[in-house]
Write a protein that binds this ligand. Sequence first.
Ligand SMILES: *Cc1c(COP(=O)(O)O)cnc(C)c1O
Length: 407
Amino acid sequence: MKAAGPFPPDFRADSGHLLLGDRTAAGLVKEAGGTPLFVYDRSVVAERVRRFRAAFPGVALHYAVKANPFGPLLAYMAGLVDGFDLASAGELDMLQAIGGDGLPTSFAGPGKTDDDLAAGLAAAVTINLESEAEWQRLHRLAARDSRRPKVAVRINPPFGLKGSGMKMGGLASPFGVDHDRVPTLVRRIIDSGADWRGLHVYAGSQSLSSDAIIESQRATVALAAEIAGAAGASPPEVNLGGGFGIPYFPGDQPLDVRAVGEALKETLANRHALLRDTKFILELGRWLVGEAGVYLTSVVDRKVSRGKTYLVTDGGLQHMLAASGNFGQLLRRNYPVAVPGKFGSEPEEEVTVVGCLCTPLDLLADEVMLPRAEVGDLVAIFSVGAYGLTASPQAFLSMAAAGEVLV
Ligand SMILES: *Cc1c(COP(=O)(O)O)cnc(C)c1O
């Protein structure tokens, strides 16, 4: 037997049936025309935003679209957050499609093509520069199109976010400009007459350690002051990044955002005079939407092989790569998993839940204890609202597409 990850605290049952919004999972599946189906519960997102506002008064909240770009969710976010962060021109198209491009928006990411930069210029979004050469191309395109570019410089900091799943910073990096070269670039930007918006640091992702995030934010604010001093200019904005993680696996504890908020308040109260009028931004993806998502699949076959019981479902890693353990994890562990028709019931048997792909990698839950599920019953994987469908190889094996719905 292996443990499964902890359920987000937000979900309830009605007579043993999992509720999503105020509907049963089975009812939603029927209405949507079947499984596989991703359900995103807006009340969970709203609750996370409430928690953010309480912990970080005065700090702007941006949504990192790449965590989940589902149109109805994006439109819902537009009413909750202060801005967006984009990682591609395709995400800009999505934002424009839902009319969310009126909010402050920045565009980061290495390898922006001239077309990407021109699209960002035309939409008047802040381009977070990833290199000096990118600035040269942007400057040329701005002159060609007679536009005044809005630019910030993404810094490759001399530190990383400790304890984060993905560590960026402190090393050579394709992301951002090495911190000691930033003041020179900032001067060139300002001297060109461009609209210099400030500085951006994104030091890591999926951290559950408030201490590590506090330390990284302190270091970022200090670095911003140092760069401002060296460049002789106060940054209008400093984007402190994010990296807030969520619990996925057995033993994971939720991030203490209140502690992070308290410490940031103190850091900002003591900030350098050059940052006095600076607007501070946090850009979050996973923490806002990750726990709002549930992936619903149906059991197609129950089989026993050499004493081991398999639930074979109509879903799989083609929709939810991370739950299979193949999205950057070193060690495969189980996401939270349930039988929605028996939510909260005592577990009855040890089962291994697999998808329908012809590969042993397609494992959704390994040797977990669940209430008994028969062919036709639903199996749910939780905490799939970020880096789910769009971070999975959907074309692999040409299986049926997954549906998505916001409730
Ligand atoms: C991916 C990304 C984010 C969002 O990260 P989360 O871990 O989902 O919060 C924010 N900023 C940048 C620059 C990113 O690349």
